[in-house]
Design a protein around this ligand. Structure first.
Ligand SMILES: Nc1ncnc2c1ncn2[C@@H]1O[C@H](COP(=O)(O)OP(=O)(O)OP(=O)(O)O)[C@@H](O)[C@H]1O
Ligand SMILES: [Mg+2]
Length: 218
């Protein structure tokens, strides 16, 4: 196993309040993790820090063997990390445009974007929605579109904040079924969650934020 990301001395504070102080945060390449912890433990904040959406302090950071700084957030991480918000926000254009936008922004050729978007929509089971307005989607459809939008970027590190939290029944099961295929595609996946079915997925390692420290479990 090789380390994808190692951060030493990862600390986040809000004013006087120290939210977490993690001596060593490590993610292996092509591995899956669930991140648990009580409400307010700092799970979402940690994912946002890893995605460069929130500042934090770090003593040292290595990504893919390269020494980098956490601030300013490095381009190498921006290109490698995808983050899926618990309540995905979308442009009010079409589903297909939302999924392809990140690729176009990276300068991918239009023809290739079309192929990749079609493949990602088939993967997420949302082909029939390609021309739909995002505002008209159900919660489960929106979450699957958000996963497709992240997957199409082929991220080395995929951060999912409570991907099933607002779903139940078939919608929840459809999202859970997509997760192992994301892992199989070679991304390192970190899921903040309380969902026992995600926590119990085979091969998923567990880490827990408790009182500002990280506990690693088998
Ligand atoms: N911008 C902010 N300023 C001050 N405090 C904040 C800010 N953002 C988050 N917090 C606080 O940091 C703590 C951790 O929040 P966070 O959303 O990361 O928790 P969480 O583990 O994701 O919780 P949940 O299980 O409810 O999603 C909370 O107490 C929250 O109020
Ligand atoms: Mg949260």
């Amino acid at each position: 196993m090789s380390a994808l990301l190692v951060i030493e001395g990862l600390r986040k504070r809000y004013g006087e309040r120290a939210l977490f102080d993690i001596e060593r945060f490590t993610l292996e390449a092509a591995s899956a993790y669930v991140l648990t912890g009580v409400n307010g433990a700092g799970k979402s904040t940690l994912l946002r820090v890893l995605a460069g959406l929130e500042p934090a302090e770090a003593r040292a950071l290595h990504f893919d063997g390269r020494k980098l700084a956490l601030a300013p957030y490095p381009d190498a991480l921006r290109a490698a990390v995808a983050y899926v918000h618990q309540h995905p926000i979308m442009f009010s254009t079409s589903v297909a445009h939302n999924i392809g936008y990140g690729l176009l922004a990276r300068g991918a050729a239009k023809g290739q974007v079309k192929v990749d978007v079609a493949r990602a929509m088939a993967w997420a089971g949302v082909e029939h929605l390609h021309a739909s307005a995002p505002a008209s989607l159900s919660g489960g459809e929106k979450q699957r579109v958000a996963l497709a939008r992240a997957k199409v970027l082929r991220p080395r590190l995929l951060l999912l904040d409570e991907p099933t939290a607002n779903l139940d029944g078939a919608a929840r099961e459809q999202v859970i079924a997509l997760i192992p295929t994301l892992i199989a595609a070679g991304s390192t996946v970190v899921m903040a969650c309380h969902d026992p079915d995600l926590i119990g997925l085979p091969g998923v390692r567990r880490m827990k934020l408790r009182d500002g420290r990280m506990e690693y479990r088998a």
